[in-house]
Ligand binder design. Structure first.
Ligand code: HEC
Length: 202
């Protein structure tokens, strides 16, 4: 009997240590039932006892726009001038804008259109039904800036819309960069500024 004491304490110690260091697979005992358990309302879901109309939150008051979210029907926001696409983008094209467009193009457009804009991204290799246009083809070189803006904003045929992913400013930046890609695709070797040519590629 007398030598059982240390054995029992070792068993307890082992149980204690595994309890602390091991991954817990059972739900831990909640001593203070605090913030882990609280009521949650889903947006516009029915709930009793909060508002008279039974909603969990309020509807946006009619004819109001959140601060900073007002968009008028200007060419900048729509790419349209009346019923026509705007020919030239309503923001000045700077090197910074083109670089901003390059960054966003490489994120949002290359999966389908590839980094040169030719349309050989990874998506069409997996989804043969989606054949992205070659953005450097003559038809799109001639397309109005507002036309491209509308393609990005609203999508077209199998091309998905990107108005929720890409803010207006970045859409214009992307168009500036697409213009640069088109210019590059149709440039002649002698148009490349001296000193920036890569030997063997010309
Ligand atoms: C998920 C794939 C996908 C992504 C991402 C994508 N596109 Fe497209 N895009 C397409 C497909 C597919 C078409 C061909 C649409 C058709 O003709 O059915 C297309 C067509 C176009 C066209 C030509 C539309 C016309 O008038 O024929 C433009 C311009 C274009 N895309 C620009 C862009 C830009 C800019 C981006 C990035 C913001 C982008 N696309 C991202 C799939 C994509």
């Amino acid at each position: 009997m007398s030598n059982r004491g240390p054995v029992i304490s070792m068993v307890f110690a082992a149980a204690f240590l595994t309890g602390c260091s091991g991954v817990q697979r059972v739900t831990p005992v909640q001593i203070w039932d605090d913030m882990k358990h609280q009521q949650k309302f889903k947006a516009q879901a029915p709930v009793d006892g909060i508002f008279a109309d039974g909603r969990s939150n309020r509807l946006v008051p009619e004819d109001t726009v959140a601060r900073g979210h007002f968009r008028d029907d200007s060419p900048y926001n729509t790419g349209m001038d009346g019923a026509m696409y705007v020919g030239k983008m309503p923001v000045p094209v700077t090197l910074d804008l083109i670089k901003q467009g390059q960054a966003k193009f490489n994120i949002y457009c290359t999966p389908c259109h590839d980094q040169t804009g030719m349309g050989h991204g990874i998506v069409p290799t997996r989804v043969p039904a989606w054949q992205p246009s070659n953005l450097t083809e003559q038809r799109l070189v001639e397309a109005a800036d507002g036309d491209l803006f509308n393609v990005i904003t609203n999508g077209r045929r199998t091309m998905p819309p990107y108005r929720f992913q890409i803010v207006t400013e970045d859409r214009w930046a992307i168009i500036a960069y697409v213009r640069a890609l088109q210019r590059a695709a149709h440039a002649k070797p002698e148009e490349v500024p001296a000193g920036t040519q890569i030997a063997g590629l010309n």
